[in-house]
Design a protein around this ligand. Structure first.
Ligand SMILES: Cc1cc2nc3c(=O)[nH]c(=O)nc-3n(C[C@H](O)[C@H](O)[C@H](O)COP(=O)(O)O)c2cc1C
Length: 356
């Protein structure tokens, strides 16, 4: 089987790593540095680590002949240093805060951790060389490490706090954790501004909002309490929460709407919409907004996310100008939104009822 380079990169990119900057000095005393995520631990006794470097790297001559190198494990706020030491800048160390380690090798300040190593072996590895180092000194800092996967920098924080018991009853916390981690990817997949909402003590409330590169549409800002009957998110909560939880708020909203002459505030009109939401598993609503003096029609779609017991925990809502997308029920964006919400529900342990 011939391995396609692109596929190999894609597959290897699913393995999440930290990011290091390897530093050393050559015989003339000149400092060299190279960003590397090929770093790995090898042995505890003796303490050995490895990394691999491309033969064509400009600093290869320095690392392949050095006696020592330093592994600087970058912290989450050091993306700039990663880029800098991956570049072909003439002086990568200019303005970088370092102190002098064993043999005068540069150790970068503010890293998550560093290991000072004596190079004990080098092995050929295709278009790379694999360097093994024995750890002579090491220090853990206070910062969280930077992570890297799929060609992108990532943040690394715990999956859960405390117990990792999957049967935990706190399904809203679990839903928010999963939803938060997934939202940026969902927004870029469905190509629309996307928000997560929960049922707060004042009704449906947006807690997180992501938008793909480009336009930011207001209406889903975190902290915003949404209308029950006049927002797609509100309709999803109305359709799937027990009526006892929503009745008082809905009555209040409809009374206020009727008082201000909104025909669509009648109970019958809302019930018709809710029947449609339950049938399609999706709410759709159009609103008009004044954006820079122009009247723009915004299409909002919202899909329910359920926990393992079938309780509605989140509304997954996407908005876009109606002129920029196809707004039919089965068009690509609404369909993709349903799929994404169903996937979140599945990950929360919800078993989808069989169709029909
Ligand atoms: C996140 C990241 C990880 C990298 N990992 C490695 C690596 O493990 N080995 C390597 O040889 N190059 C790696 N590179 C590329 C080098 O940092 C880059 O080629 C750099 O220009 C080498 O510096 P030099 O040419 O001055 O020696 C990585 C780059 C980035 C951004």
């Amino acid at each position: 089987m011939t391995i396609d380079k692109r596929t190999l990169r894609d597959v290897l990119g699913t393995f999440v790593t930290g990011v290091t900057v390897m530093t050393t000095v050559d015989e003339s005393g000149r400092a060299h540095g190279c960003t590397a995520n090929s770093f790995s631990s090898v042995s505890l006794e003796p303490p050995l680590v490895l990394w691999s470097q491309a033969l064509k790297a400009r600093s290869y001559a320095a690392f392949s002949s050095c006696r020592r190198f330093v592994v600087n494990i970058l912290s989450e706020d050091q993306r700039g240093l990663s880029q800098r030491f991956a570049s072909d800048m003439a002086d990568k160390f200019e303005g970088v805060a370092c102190f002098s380690g064993i043999d005068g090798l540069p150790v970068i300040r503010g890293v998550a951790a560093y290991l000072e190593c004596r190079r004990t072996a080098a092995y050929p590895g295709g278009d790379h060389s694999i360097f093994i180092g024995e750890v002579e000194n090491l220090q853990r800092g206070v910062h969280r490490p930077l992570a890297f996967a799929g060609g992108r920098y990532m943040l690394a924080f715990p999956h859960e706090v405390g117990s990792s018991d999957a049967s935990s009853d706190d399904s809203l916390t679990e839903a928010l954790r999963l939803g938060n981690a997934a939202l940026a990817d969902i927004s870029s997949r469905i190509k629309a501004s996307t928000g997560l909402s929960v049922w707060g003590n004042h009704g449906p409330t947006t807690v997180r909002y992501e938008h793909p590169a480009g336009r930011v549409w207001d209406g889903l800002e975190p902290g915003r309490v949404l209308s029950l009957a006049h927002s797609a998110t509100g309709l999803v909560f109305l359709a799937y929460l027990p009526r006892a939880a929503t009745r008082a708020m809905l009555d209040e909203e409809l009374e206020a709407g009727l008082a201000s002459g909104r025909a669509e505030s009648s109970t019958e009109s809302v019930e018709r919409k809710l029947a449609e939401v339950r049938e399609r598993g999706l709410a759709r609503l159009f609103v008009h907004r004044a954006v820079q003096g122009q009247d723009i029609e915004i299409a909002g779609f919202s899909a329910p996310v359920f926990d393992r017991s079938g309780r509605l925990v989140l509304g997954l809502t996407a908005i876009a100008p109606a002129s920029s997308i196809k707004v039919g029920w089965s068009d690509p964006m609404p369909s993709a939104l349903i799929t994404e919400a169903a996937e979140l529900s599945r990950r929360l342990g919800y078993l989808m009822p069989p169709c029909g």
